[in-house]
Write a protein that binds this ligand. Structure first.
Ligand code: BYC
Length: 474
């Protein structure tokens, strides 16, 4: 079904044929806009931004680009095309037709998964709301806003599922998604990483690289779901998500390129005085964001995860490409666990270790991106190499919670860990220095001292295009 843009809420789900649902969503829409105006990009709501909007769910040519004010963005409900005769691919119901309605016995669990996913979307917009004022270029400013409006759309995607399939509970959850606040002491967002501040652009690029990448793996697992509307929703969200990961990986890549340039020019690794970011400081930010994002996969051993899988609600990454029984009742999986003698490998039931196997796929993806950055550092003749810290480093969830592990993977005492923390994680002085670099650059085609320009512009446009117009003055 094509996307209907004549409707108050653009959609490809035939909303006009379901008056009850349409009314529920039209009732939620002004509340969403109120939240957006209050918690969305601060100071830029009247600027004209060169944004892409989804206009089709085809793999080819699914978006159009134009200038618009963010509150006028057409947030809508877009599901990927259904797959004919799709069957549940894993768990106890493997081989049965997928569900078009919520199976009664899984209602609570499914709602919780959808709410947890939905909660991350407005959270990230809240975390990033002040970044516009310190943008390193108009190109980056536009990318920030593109990410923000699409996170808003991902909230719509989850709210649609809640309103369409969960009755009154779903409506209440949809309201609550607009009430929690990132970092709030009284009513915080659900998952840890989404309550951390994103005060500067180095944190923003780290967040879009590492935390959005958790989104890629979680959405891909939910795209396997036996609940077909969730699967189709997540499949389309992944199309948009790819740009967010691009913003993160290339953003960090461009900082690295600029740092290497300054290191070469001034023959030193300490480039702060020249307006650059030391790779050693970048490594500390990386350590922080990687470890926070690892927590998002949940505990290494989780009966919740086993249940999601067995009941057909949440699959594995690329479930259908895997060559096993897709039930996992007999298999085991290798998990690293802290132990009195150190960190040991332990064979655990594969079903309870599903969070860990998803985390492994994520770490492998992060390792590939890291290799690309290191290749560029090497090509520029620098000796420095970035590393991913050990999975046990600075964990707040799961087996390694309360265990003090160095980035190299060595368990140490709390006292030793605390004494060395400043070598591994951003210190207040590091954060202050990064903050001091964050002066806005809004002249088309110009870039802040600490980041290289991208190789090309957005949508085949020149780099020096005025991607955001009518900026606030003062
Ligand atoms: N922080 O059995 P366990 C994205 C809780 S990002 C706080 O190990 P489970 C995006 C857990 O809820 C993708 N609490 O957990 C990125 C449970 O609570 P209860 C978001 C946590 O259920 C950037 C308890 O600890 N999507 O899209 O196996 C920008 C025991 O945990 C955390 C999803 O996450 C944490 N980090 O796994 C925008 C997918 N971790 O039952 C967007 C949906 C665990 O004791 N969610 N807990 O009250 C899930 O699949 C699962 O809920 C989780 C947790 C993987 C998150």
């Amino acid at each position: 079904m094509s996307i209907d843009y004549d409707q108050q809420i653009p959609n490809n789900v035939g909303l006009s044929a379901d008056r009850r649902l349409q009314r529920a969503l039209e009732n939620w829409q002004p509340k969403f806009l109120e939240w957006w105006n209050q918690m969305g990009p601060s100071g830029f709501q009247t600027a004209d931004v060169y944004l892409r909007t989804a206009t089709s769910v085809d793999a080819k040519g699914w978006a159009t680009f134009d200038y618009l004010k963010m509150p006028d963005y057409r947030w809508g409900i877009f599901l990927a095309e259904p797959v004919a005769e799709r069957e549940i691919g894993f768990g106890e119901h493997r081989g049965e037709p997928v569900w078009q309605e919520v199976p009664g016995e899984h209602r609570g669990v499914l709602r919780r998964l959808i709410v947890t996913q939905g909660d991350t979307e407005p959270a990230s917009v809240e975390q990033q709301r002040h970044l516009g004022r310190t943008c390193p270029s108009l190109y980056d400013l536009r990318n920030l806003f593109q990410v923000n409006v699409e996170e808003g759309r991902h909230l719509w995607a989850m709210v649609y599922l809640l309103q369409a399939y969960f009755g009154r509970d779903g409506r209440e959850e949809a309201e609550a998604l607009l009430e929690r606040r990132s970092g709030s002491a009284d009513n915080p967002r659900i998952l840890g990483a989404f309550n951390e501040p994103t005060p500067d652009w180095l944190s923003f690029f780290m967040f879009t690289h590492f935390t959005d990448r958790d989104g890629k793996f979680q959405l891909a697992s939910l795209a396997e779901s036996g609940f077909d509307p969730l699967s189709r929703t997540c499949r389309f969200m992944l199309t948009e998500e790819a740009h967010h990961l691009f913003v993160g990986e290339t953003g960090i890549g461009r900082i690295i390129a600029r740092s290497c340039e300054l290191m070469r020019e001034h023959r030193t690794e300490r480039i702060g005085d020249y307006g650059g970011i030391d790779l050693a400081v970048l490594q500390k930010y990386l350590n922080f964001h990687f470890s926070v994002s690892l927590d998002l996969f949940g505990s290494e051993l989780s009966t919740n995860a086993a249940n999601y899988f067995s009941t057909g609600l949440k699959g594995r990454f690329k479930e259908s490409d895997r060559n096993d029984d897709h039930r996992l009742t007999e298999s085991t999986y290798r998990v690293l666990r802290p132990h009195a003698e150190g960190i040991v490998e332990s064979e655990e039931p594969a079903l309870t270790a599903l969070n860990e196997s998803l985390r492994d796929a994520y770490i492998a993806d992060c390792t590939r991106a890291l290799a690309r950055w290191n290749k560029n550092i090497e090509d520029s003749g620098m000796d420095f190499r970035l590393t991913l810290p050990h999975r046990g480093f600075r964990r707040a969830i799961g087996e390694f919670q309360g265990v003090y592990v160095t980035p190299e993977g060595l368990p140490v005492s709390e006292t030793e860990w605390r004494a060395r923390e400043g070598q591994w994680l951003p210190t207040p002085a590091d954060r202050e220095f990064i903050g001091s670099l964050m002066s806005p650059v809004v002249e088309p085609g110009k870039f802040a001292s600490w980041i290289a320009p991208p190789p090309r512009g957005i949508n085949h446009q020149p780099i020096e295009m005025d991607y955001v117009r009518h900026l606030p003055t003062g």
